[in-house]
Design a protein around this ligand. Structure first.
Ligand code: CU
Length: 116
């Protein structure tokens, strides 16, 4: 019985380690990609992604107005305040041609996503 406590402590430490590894694994995101908005324009006209792949997207807003990144097929929708950079995670859908846009300036800021 004298060994019961150290063993329980070890199990607790191992359990906590597993939880920490799981949490950090989930938040690590996926492949890193970047987009920039400047002058009410995206810096790319065609975002190319791999199907069912996890991405961490960094969106830089170089304008003095709020922008937004929306990619409905991946359930991605995030605002980017003026002169700020923000990150978001999403998983690319199946192969196809989609669109991404800024919901505040859709006329000027709608572009293509090609998933292959
Ligand atoms: Cu915008």
């Amino acid at each position: 019985m004298t060994h019961a406590r150290p063993v329980r402590g070890l199990v607790l430490v191992l359990g906590l380690t597993a939880v920490i590894l799981l949490v950090s694994g989930c938040s690590r995101g996926g492949e890193k990609i970047a987009l920039q908005a400047q002058g009410l324009k995206w810096n790319t006209t065609n975002l190319q992604l791999k199907a069912k792949t996890r991405y961490t997207l960094s969106v830089a807003n170089r304008d003095g107005t709020k922008h937004n990144f929306t990619f409905k097929a991946a359930k991605a929708n995030k605002d980017v305040d003026k002169n700020q950079t923000t990150k978001l995670n999403f998983t690319a859908p199946g192969p196809g041609t989609y669109q991404f846009y800024c919901k505040y300036h859709p006329a000027q800021m709608t572009q293509t996503v090609t998933v292959s």
